[in-house]
Design a protein around this ligand. Structure first.
Ligand SMILES: [Zn+2]
Length: 168
């Protein structure tokens, strides 16, 4: 039996492909920017941030963490010519509600000591102050920028209202 994920992909894709007309888009993003946001299921970047197909890179991970996304950001800029990065974190982020010790404690409790060893060295990159974390990640990206003239901005998206506001 197929899962919800498989069913959604098969059925949703059938409908999507049936009316698909944008098969000739170029590889580099047409509007030359990248958005880094969280993997949170409540965020629809294309709709919420106004991104047409082919216009921008959307990089996602838990917490919209800049260090975690750095490999993709470098590729985006060096190979595909983007010149702007928007870091968009959000209210109600899972990364706000636990820390490394909690995460490792859960693994140990659920999976035992052996499994704990697998995650012992992982920094889950959690944070406690949303706005400060947006600023911190933008500063980190600015300090690590390998390309000159890149514009970095930081934003907070509210999952409660659908609104995004610029922080830095
Ligand atoms: Zn999140």
């Amino acid at each position: 039996m197929s899962t919800n994920g498989e069913q959604n992909l098969e059925q949703g894709n059938k409908a999507y492909a049936a009316s698909f007309t944008q098969g000739d888009l170029a590889l580099p993003p047409s509007q030359n920017y990248a958005v880094l946001t969280c993997m949170d299921a409540r965020i629809d970047p294309a709709a919420a941030f106004g991104i047409p197909l082919g216009a921008a890179h959307v990089i996602r991970n838990a917490g919209a963490n800049a260090r975690d996304a750095f490999r993709s950001i470098v590729i985006s800029q060096q190979l595909l010519g983007t010149t702007e990065v928007l870091v968009v974190k959000h209210t109600g982020c899972g990364m706000l509600i636990f820390d490394n010790e909690t995460a490792k404690g859960l693994v140990k409790r659920n999976k035992g000591e052996a499994a704990l060893k697998e995650v012992q060295d992982i920094d889950f990159l959690t944070f406690s102050d949303l706005e400060a974390e947006v600023k911190k990640d933008v500063e980190w990206l600015q300090s690590r920028a390998v390309e000159t003239g890149i514009r970095f901005t930081g934003w907070i998206y509210e999952v409660e209202t659908g609104k995004a506001r610029k922080v830095v």
